[in-house]
Design a protein around this ligand. Structure first.
Ligand SMILES: [Zn+2]
Length: 303
């Protein structure tokens, strides 16, 4: 590998040094209290180890299942070592581009691109399952616009609704940024109706005190800063992103931020395990569904 000088990429899997360790970690994540037959819930099985990934045969109904079924690793032809490495690199502060990942783990660009999108999809699905709850702030904002350079037009800025819960010190905790791709161009922002729609879909209104900020000059500043941070972070890794997959990249940013929130108290392995637990509970998005999302930009446009 030509990356030996790049210290960021040196965080080698210290915990999962071979394929077996990765498989065992996955099995433990999939069945934390031991095997349970997905068909009849019987708790005993025979482990068949003739294949690369072990199969588990239920002791009652004889149903055979793999620990990869129903995870983003299902039907993968890659080693789990490569997947674990990709997950680790995805957790770098600004993530990793498909080009870079393909070089580091020695797969094709297309494979790396698809792996990263599967991980992004996992974060998006996991995020969608948790509503914002508590003290919630919601901004009508724009992604891709630098507020300190107001005199310049931002033709590619896109309207976003951003919402967050707050820590005790008033900093954004759980964050969601939702793109309104049809509102592209300078000055186009979500209206009150779109803010309300965001709240209906993303906030547990029964348990929350929600404050909306519909006016451009009076946004909730810590949340506005975060949308700006998302832009800076995604720009630094992916350079230019088309609108087709931009929502997935925004999910990546907020999801990774969430995984890093526990800060220095949490180890790299704990973060990896959290991400892994999402990966075993979300079924992979297929390549065909991924590229069919919208037809307005080519595959390579999203690095
Ligand atoms: Zn069974």
């Amino acid at each position: 590998m030509g990356d030996s000088s790049d210290t960021d990429l040196q965080i080698i899997n210290r915990f999962y040094q071979n394929e077996e360790a990765c498989i065992e970690a996955l099995i433990a994540m999939k069945w934390p209290t031991g095997f349970v037959c997905p068909r009849c819930a019987y708790p005993r099985c025979t482990r068949l180890t003739t294949r690369r990934i072990p199969l588990f045969e239920c002791g009652r109904c004889m149903h055979q299942t793999s620990p990869l079924v129903g995870t983003i690793f299902e039907r993968t032809h890659l080693s789990l070592m490569k997947w674990f490495r990709a997950l680790e690199l995805f957790l770098l502060p600004d993530g990793i581009s498909a080009m870079r990942l393909s070089q580091v783990i020695q797969v094709t660009y297309k494979t790396a691109w698809l792996m990263l999108h599967k991980i992004r999809h996992t974060l998006g699905e996991s995020d969608a399952r948790v509503l914002l709850s508590g003290d919630v702030k919601v901004n009508s904002d724009q992604y891709g616009r630098n507020p300190s350079r107001c005199q310049f037009p931002h033709p590619h800025a896109t309207a976003v609704v951003a919402g967050c819960t707050l820590t005790e010190s008033g900093e954004p905790e759980q964050v969601k940024i939702r793109l309104l791709p049809h509102k592209r161009g300078d000055g186009r922002r979500p209206n009150r109706l779109e803010l309300d729609e965001f709240i209906t879909r993303n906030v547990d209104v029964r348990t929350s005190a929600v404050q909306s900020f519909p006016l451009a000059f009076r946004l909730y500043t810590p949340l506005r800063k975060l949308v700006r941070e998302a832009w800076d972070s995604l720009k630094s890794t992916y350079v230019a992103l088309g609108s087709k997959h931009l929502q997935a990249y925004l999910n990546e940013f907020t999801g990774r931020r969430q995984l890093h929130l526990a800060g220095t108290k949490e180890t790299q392995q704990q973060r990896l395990l959290k991400l892994l637990s999402m990966c075993v509970s979300v079924t992979a998005i297929s390549y065909h569904i991924l590229i069919a999302r919208q037809l307005n930009s080519p595959l390579a446009a999203a690095a």
